[in-house]
Ligand binder design. Structure first.
Ligand code: NAD
Ligand code: MG
Length: 416
C-alpha cells in the first residue's frame, strides 16, 4: 500500500510535464486558484516552477509562461524552442524569460527541478517513465496522472518510491477514489484486510452498442465520450475499455493488489469513482461530479484537505439514480486482454501499453477500423516472450520491440 512520508514546505513548488493537455490545464487552474498572491495562507500557495509540453500548442504554452512565470520550460526540439522564444519576445512584456530546454534532457530537468517538491505527470504514454523515475529518486511527491508509467514500469516505480520515500498520489479519478477509500478506513498498509477493489467505469460511448455497430464505429463516434472531456488517446482507450484495463494494471501496482482482487463495475453516471470492499463486508467509496480538478486538488494537498473554489459540488438529492452492471468482455476484448496481462504480472503489460499507443494513433489517423485495435494488440502480446520482474533496460527494450511489432502487424492488416 502507498504510505505517506515527507512534509512539504510552503509555497509548494510544482513542476508539470504535459502542461498544455487536459490534465495539465486543469492542474494550472488549481494553481491559479492557489497562486502565492491570492492564497491567504502560505501552506495553501502553489508556485509553478517548471513546465514541459509537446509542440502542438506552443501558443498555449506561451500564455502559461506569461501567467505563471516558471523558471524552466521544456519543449521537444530545437525548432519548437526557437518558435516559443520568438513568440515570447514578440509579446514584448518586460518579464524575465525562463530557461528553455529541449527533448529528454529538458523533461528530466523539469522533473528534477530543485525548487519543485511535486511533479505532476500529465504527459501521455511511455514518455512519462524516465522523468517519473528521476523525480522519485529525489524523493519528490508524484501527482500521477500518467497511468502508462504504472502500467509499463509499476514494480520499478514502487521499488524506487519505497527506497527514496517518495509519495505517489494518483490523479486517475478511480485510483484517487481507491486511495481515499483506503485512507478513510485507516487500513492503509494492511492489504490482507482488502477483500477486493471495485474499479468503476462509465462503459464509454459504446456501452449499449451491438458488437457489429462497435466494429463499424468511426473516429468521431469513439471520441464522443458521454461523461469526461479528455485528451484524444485516453478517449479512444475509454471507447475500447482499454482504459479500464490499463487502470486494472495501474491499481495492481499502486495498491499492491493482485488482479484477482480487482473487479471492474460499469457505472454509467460516473459519480461513484471507485470503492474498496473490506473483509468484514464494508464497502467504502468516494463520490463526486466527473471533474478531474477534484483528484488533482486532492493529490497536490494530500494529506490535508484544503477548500477549493474550483471543484464543482455534487448534490446527492439531485442525482436521480446510480446504476451498476457487469462489463461485457465479448464486446470489449481489450478489457479481457488487459485482465489476462495483469494476471501474468510480467513485461507483457509494457508490451501491451506500447502496442496500444501505436494502434490508437493509427486509428485516430483513420488507417485502421475500430476492431483492428484489439486484433493487433492480441497478436503483438501473443508474439512476446515475457520477462518476469523486468529491469528498466528490459522495459525500454520491450517498449521499442512492441512499437515495431505493432507497426508491422498494422502494415500486414492494411495490405489487401
Ligand atoms: P493530453 O493529450 O490532453 O495532453 C498531453 C500533454 O503531453 C500535452 O500537454 C502535450 O503537449 C504533452 N506532450 C506531448 N508530447 C510531449 C513531449 N515530447 N514532451 C513534453 N510534453 C509532451 O492528455 P491528457 O488527457 O491530459 O492525459 C494525460 C495523462 O493523464 C494520460 O496518461 C492519461 O491517461 C491520464 N489521465 C487523463 C485524464 C483526463 O481526464 N484527461 C483522466 C485520467 C488519467
Ligand atoms: Mg480513470
Amino acid at each position: 500500500m502507498v504510505s505517506s512520508s515527507k512534509v512539504l514546505t510552503a509555497p509548494r513548488g510544482v513542476s508539470i510535464i504535459g502542461s498544455t493537455g487536459s490534465i495539465g490545464k486543469q492542474t494550472l487552474d488549481i494553481a491559479r486558484a492557489h497562486s502565492p498572491a491570492l492564497s491567504g495562507s502560505a501552506e495553501e500557495a502553489i508556485r509553478i516552477v517548471a513546465l514541459a509540453a509537446g509542440k502542438s500548442k506552443l501558443e498555449d504554452l506561451k500564455e502559461q509562461i506569461l501567467e505563471f512565470q516558471p523558471d524552466l520550460v521544456s519543449v521537444p526540439d530545437q525548432a519548437s524552442k526557437e518558435e516559443l522564444f520568438n513568440r515570447l519576445k514578440e509579446h514584448g512584456k518586460s518579464l524575465p524569460l525562463p530557461t528553455i530546454m529541449v527533448g529528454e534532457e529538458g523533461l528530466l530537468a523539469c522533473a528534477e527541478h530543485p525548487q519543485a517538491g511535486t511533479l505532476v505527470t500529465a504527459v501521455v504514454g511511455f514518455l512519462g517513465v524516465k522523468p517519473t523515475l528521476a523525480a522519485i529518486k529525489q524523493g519528490k511527491r508524484i501527482v500521477l496522472a500518467n497511468k502508462e508509467t504504472m502500467v509499463a514500469a509499476g514494480h520499478l516505480v514502487q521499488e524506487l518510491a519505497a527506497r527514496h520515500q517518495a509519495v505517489i498520489v494518483p490523479v486517475d479519478s478511480e485510483h484517487s477514489a481507491i486511495f481515499q477509500s483506503l485512507e478513510a478506513s485507516l487500513l492503509r498498509g494492511r492489504p490482507q484486510e482488502v477483500e477486493q477493489v471495485l474499479l468503476t467505469g462509465s462503459g464509454g460511448p459504446f456501452r449499449t452498442w451491438s458488437k457489429e455497430a462497435i466494429a463499424a464505429a468511426t473516429v468521431s463516434d469513439a471520441l464522443n465520450h458521454p461523461n469526461w472531456s479528455m485528451g484524444a488517446k485516453i478517449t479512444i482507450d475509454s471507447a475500447t475499455l482499454m482504459n479500464k484495463g490499463l487502470e486494472i494494471i495501474e491499481a495492481r501496482w499502486l495498491f499492491q493488489v493482485p488482479e484477482s482482487k480487482i473487479k471492474v463495475v460499469i457505472h454509467p453516471q460516473s459519480i461513484l469513482h471507485s470503492a474498496v470492499e473490506f473483509v468484514d463486508g464494508s464497502i467504502v467509496g468516494q463520490l463526486g461530479l466527473p471533474d478531474m480538478r477534484l483528484p488533482i486538488h486532492y493529490a497536490i494537498f494530500y494529506p490535508e484537505r484544503v477548500p477549493s473554489s474550483r471543484v464543482p459540488r455534487l448534490s446527492l438529492s439531485q442525482i436521480k439514480q446510480l446504476t451498476f452492471e457487469e462489463p461485457d468482455l465479448e464486446r470489449f476484448p481489450c478489457l479481457a486482454l488487459c485482465q489476462e496481462v495483469a494476471r501474468r504480472d510480467d513485461s507483457s503489460a509494457c508490451v501491451l501499453n506500447a502496442a496500444n499507443e501505436i494502434v490508437v494513433e493509427s486509428f485516430l489517423k483513420g488507417k485502421i477500423g475500430f476492431s483492428g485495435i484489439a486484433r493487433t494488440l492480441e497478436r503483438v502480446v501473443g508474439e512476446h516472450k515475457p520477462i518476469k520482474a523486468p529491469s528498466l533496460e528490459d522495459i525500454l527494450e520491450c517498449d521499442k520491440w512492441a512499437r515495431q511489432q505493432a507497426s508491422l502487424t498494422l502494415a500486414a492488416l492494411q495490405t489487401p
